[in-house]
Design a protein around this ligand. Structure first.
Ligand code: 5GP
Length: 189
């Protein structure tokens, strides 16, 4: 998506270790107009896909997921990173965080991810695919189906995209970054 790529070049910056910082318009301060146009792009790309619900992981996935859910008129649910003491019937999966170099649990109530539901997963970044694998695990525990996965930014020099596509999952990424070597942002097309 041209607008997103141009914005990444204008306002994104590289950190050590292949991390892209986009916190002035995506994951801290947010550009709501851009977020809505990205949600519209996902709706176009997943046209014809059965979607009963949009699923994401807190916190950065919530804004785009809610906008996609609004456009599709379906609920959005986010996996929590802390198990709430008030929650019973919890589906839980362990995820390794690439940016924080540690593991954490993600959880969703079994009331909000249920057997037979067809879900679209939306997140800000696809790197090694650990968060996505955690969501696939939660969906499998629930008996739900992930019918597609949409990412604002995919870093194709990491292995997540390959792993998900090799499972036959319909993956859409609005900007695919091929390299961040020498702190230079290079897209794959
Ligand atoms: P994965 O689970 O695919 O390895 O990593 C995806 C998660 O890690 C995303 O939800 C995102 O929060 C975080 N992440 C991975 N790479 C980056 C990055 O380059 N920049 C930022 N800001 N977050 C990232």
């Amino acid at each position: 998506m041209r607008e997103l790529k141009e914005r990444i070049l204008k306002d994104g910056c590289c950190l050590e270790g292949g991390i892209l910082k986009v916190d002035s318009f995506i994951n801290h301060q947010m550009d709501a107009g851009l977020m809505m146009r990205m949600a519209e792009e996902f709706v176009r790309r997943f046209k014809g896909t059965e979607i009963d619900k949009v699923v994401t992981v807190e916190a950065s996935g919530i804004a785009p997921a809610v906008m996609v859910a609004y456009l599709l008129d379906v609920p959005a649910v986010f996996a929590k990173k802390k198990v709430p003491s008030t929650m019973s019937g919890i589906l839980k999966s362990e995820v390794f965080s690439f940016t924080k170099s540690r593991s954490y649990n993600i959880c969703i109530s079994d009331k909000y991810l249920t057997k037979g539901e067809k879900c679209l997963f939306i997140d800000d970044f696809l790197a090694n695919g650990n968060a996505a694998a955690g969501i696939l695990d939660l969906a499998s525990q629930a008996g739900a189906e992930i019918t597609g996965m949409g990412f604002l930014i995919e870093k194709s020099f990491q292995r997540g995209g390959e792993m998900l596509r090799s499972k036959g999952i319909h993956v859409e990424s609005l900007a695919i970054i091929e390299s961040l070597d020498n702190c230079e942002i290079r897209f794959n097309e």
